[in-house]
Design a protein around this ligand. Structure first.
Ligand code: ZN
Length: 153
């Protein structure tokens, strides 16, 4: 179920990602794994990141269930993560969060969000912002956990 007055084009993109989530294969032997749960509407996401030797994301896996915005946001995120380092993924997360919190982004920042920019309209629906941010919060936890394990090595 989507808010009715979301821009039609954005709505189409969101529904397409919801119905056909990208990168939905589960990656075994991933270096970064993350789980997110939003009790408000029962949204759940699982993410796996497999990294290159140089620390860039080579492959992303995503499985989940829940509302269209949470699932579309996770699917869109998987498309933007490939080729990024974890530091770049963190920067992307920060920019996306600022957009969802209603901050005005520069054109370059909006561009850096790639396909995720279609979720800008969700800002008008405060209860759905958590849904849009769920996979990002999970990613943040996964990256932190990964960093902790690296330090212990
Ligand atoms: Zn939701």
């Amino acid at each position: 179920m989507l808010p009715n007055d979301l821009d039609e084009l954005y709505k189409e993109v969101i529904l397409d990602h919801y119905r056909h989530p990208r990168n939905s294969q589960r990656l075994e032997d991933a270096q970064v794994t993350a789980h997110g749960f939003n009790p408000f509407c029962g949204d759940e996401v699982d993410l796996q990141l497999r990294l290159n030797g140089d620390g860039a994301v080579r492959e992303v896996g995503f499985q989940g269930r829940g509302c269209s915005i949470s699932q579309a946001s996770a699917s869109l995120l998987t498309e933007e993560l490939k080729g990024k380092t974890l530091a770049e993924a963190e920067a992307l997360r920060g920019t996306f969060r600022r957009m969802m919190q209603g901050e005005k982004l520069t054109d370059a920042e909006t561009e850096s969000l790639g396909g995720l920019a279609v979720l800008a309209g969700v800002r008008q629906f405060p209860v759905r912002i958590k849904c849009a941010l769920l996979s990002f919060a999970a990613l943040e936890d996964g990256i932190k956990e990964h960093a902790r394990r690296q330090r212990r090595k």
